[in-house]
Design a protein around this ligand. Structure first.
Ligand code: URA
Length: 433
C-alpha cells in the first residue's frame, strides 16, 4: 500500500495511480489518515497533470459509494436530472426542477455550493429562510413522493466524499480539471439512480473550460463515463462568455428564476437555455412523446403550475408558508452601490465573466476560505449584453451591496469595439449524445 506522499508524488510526475492505491488514498481521506493539505496537493497535481480515464472511473465510483444510492422506488415516473459544469448567473436548475416535476418527471436533483468563481444552486436557494437541502435518501424519497422533485445536496448519506472534495476544490484553485469535474458530477448524479441525465457543459470566460474544444472534451468524457456506468446522458454545450441572464448573485438569481416560473418575461438567453434543457430532459423522460414539447413546457409556466410546484417544493423543504407571500422582498437586492459605464460608444464585444464571478466573491456572495459564510443579498445586474450597441457614459452594469464597494476598471470587464458584433450560436449539441 502506498503512503499518501507516494500517491501525490506519482501524480506530481504525471504517472497513473494504481486502482487499489487511489481507492485507499480516497478512503484514507474519509477516515482521517490523509489530511486536507495532502488532498489539496493531490488535487493540484491532478489539475496540472490530468487524470487517466481509469482514475476518473475510480474517483467517480468512490464518490458514489461514499454514500448511499437513492432507493429504486420511482413512484411510477421516469427519473431524469440535469447538471451544469458551472458558470456565472447559472440558475436554470431552479426553474427546471419544478417545471419538469409539473410534467410528471421525478427530479431528485443533487446540486452543489459555489465553486471557484461560479455560484452554486445550494447557496442561492439558502437565500430562502428555513430551506433545508441536506437529507438522507430515505427522507428525500418522501419529498420526491409528495412533490416529484427535491432540491438536494451532498450529505452524510449522499456522496460524502464529494461534499469534502468539492469544498476543498472551491478554495484551493483546483476546480478546472476535466477529470475532477467529471468524477464530481457523475459521482453525485449516478447515486440518484436516474433513467437519464442532461448535462449543460459550459464554455467561455465564465466557465471552467474557457475554450469550446476543452468543453467538448469534458462533454465527451462525461458521456463516455456516464454510459459506461449505465446512465444515458445527453449534452448541450452552452456559451458562458458572459453571465447568464440579467442578474448574478444568490437571492437575486432565485428572484430571476421565480420570475420565469411565474411566466414573466426574462432575459432571452436565460429563457432559451432553460427551455432547451427542459426539452432535453423531457425527451429523455418520455422518448415516445416528442411532439410540441416546448409548447407543453411554456403552458406550465404560463398557467402558474410550475410556480405552484416550486412553492410546494420549498415549503416541504422547510420554508414557512408565511414567507411565500414575501418572496419578492426577501430576494430583493440591497442598495445600489456602484455602476459601470461605457467609456466609449460602440458595441459590447467581450465580457470577462470570470472577473465578474470574482467580484461577487469579494462582495461576499462566495467563499474565499472554507469557513466563510455567504451573504445572500449582494448582486450584479447586467444592463447590456454582448452584441448590444452602447453610447459613451451609458450604464452597463449595476452592483447592489450593503457595504462600500470598489468596482473594477471598465476595461477589466468589458471590451467595446467600433465594429458590430456577430455572435455565434450559444447552444450547441454534442453529436452522438
Ligand atoms: N459541478 C460539480 O458538481 N462539480 C464540479 O466539479 C463542477 C461542477
Amino acid at each position: 500500500m502506498k503512503t499518501p506522499v507516494e500517491v501525490i508524488e506519482i501524480k506530481k510526475r504525471g504517472g497513473n495511480i494504481a486502482q487499489r492505491d487511489l481507492k485507499d488514498f480516497l478512503a484514507g481521506y474519509m477516515q482521517g489518515s490523509v489530511a486536507d493539505y495532502q488532498m489539496s496537493a493531490f488535487l493540484m497535481a491532478a489539475c496540472i497533470r490530468g487524470l487517466s480515464e481509469e482514475e476518473v472511473v475510480v474517483i467517480t465510483r468512490c464518490i458514489k459509494e461514499s454514500g448511499n444510492c437513492r432507493p429504486k422506488e420511482n413512484f411510477g415516473k421516469p427519473v431524469v436530472d440535469k447538471h451544469s459544469t458551472g458558470g456565472v448567473g447559472d440558475k436554470p436548475t431552479i426553474v427546471l426542477l419544478p417545471l419538469l416535476a409539473s410534467m410528471g418527471v421525478l427530479v431528485p436533483t443533487l446540486a452543489g455550493r459555489g465553486l471557484g468563481h461560479t455560484g452554486g444552486t445550494v447557496d442561492k436557494l439558502e437565500a430562502l429562510p428555513g430551506i433545508k437541502q441536506q437529507y438522507h435518501w430515505n427522507e428525500a424519497q418522501k419529498l420526491l413522493e409528495k412533490n416529484g422533485a427535491a432540491f438536494l445536496t451532498q450529505s452524510d448519506d449522499i456522496a460524502r466524499l464529494d461534499k469534502r472534495l468539492y469544498a476543498l476544490r472551491d478554495v484551493t484553485g483546483t476546480v478546472d480539471s476535466i477529470g475532477l469535474i467529471t468524477s464530481s458530477i457523475l459521482g453525485k448524479k449516478l447515486s440518484e439512480e436516474l433513467d437519464g441525465l442532461v448535462l449543460d457543459v459550459k464554455y467561455g470566460s465564465g466557465a471552467f473550460m474557457t475554450t469550446y474544444e476543452d468543453a467538448k472534451s469534458l462533454a465527451e468524457l462525461l458521456v463516455k463515463i456516464s454510459t459506461l456506468m449505465g446512465t444515458v446522458a445527453k449534452v448541450l454545450l452552452t456559451d458562458m462568455n458572459e453571465p447568464l441572464g440579467e442578474w448574478a448573485g444568490n437571492g437575486v438569481e432565485v428572484m430571476e428564476a421565480v420570475r420565469m416560473l411565474r411566466g414573466e418575461t426574462v432575459e432571452p438567453r436565460f429563457y432559451e437555455v432553460t427551455i432547451s434543457l427542459a426539452e432535453a430532459m423531457y425527451q429523455l423522460a418520455f422518448p415516445g412523446d416528442c411532439k410540441n414539447v416546448r409548447e407543453k413546457l411554456v403552458a406550465k409556466l404560463q398557467s402558474g403550475e410550475a410556480y405552484e410546484k416550486f412553492l410546494a417544493i420549498i415549503t416541504a423543504q422547510g420554508v414557512e408558508s408565511e414567507t411565500l407571500g414575501k418572496l419578492d422582498g426577501i430576494l430583493a437586492p440591497p442598495k445600489l452601490a456602484g455602476v459601470l459605464r461605457a467609456d466609449r460608444t460602440g458595441y459590447v464585444s467581450k465580457v470577462n465573466a470570470h472577473a465578474l464571478g470574482t467580484l461577487l466573491i469579494k462582495m461576499g456572495a462566495g467563499r474565499k476560505v472554507l469557513s466563510d459564510k455567504i451573504d445572500h443579498k449582494p448582486g450584479l445586474r447586467f444592463l447590456k449584453k454582448r452584441g448590444d450597441k452602447v453610447e459613451k457614459g451609458e450604464a452597463l452594469l449595476e452592483a447592489y451591496a450593503s457595504k462600500e464597494l470598489e468596482l473594477p476598471q471598465i476595461s477589466e470587464i468589458y471590451t467595446i469595439t467600433d465594429e458590430e458584433v456577430k455572435l455565434p450560436p450559444y447552444i450547441n449539441r454534442l453529436e452522438k449524445s
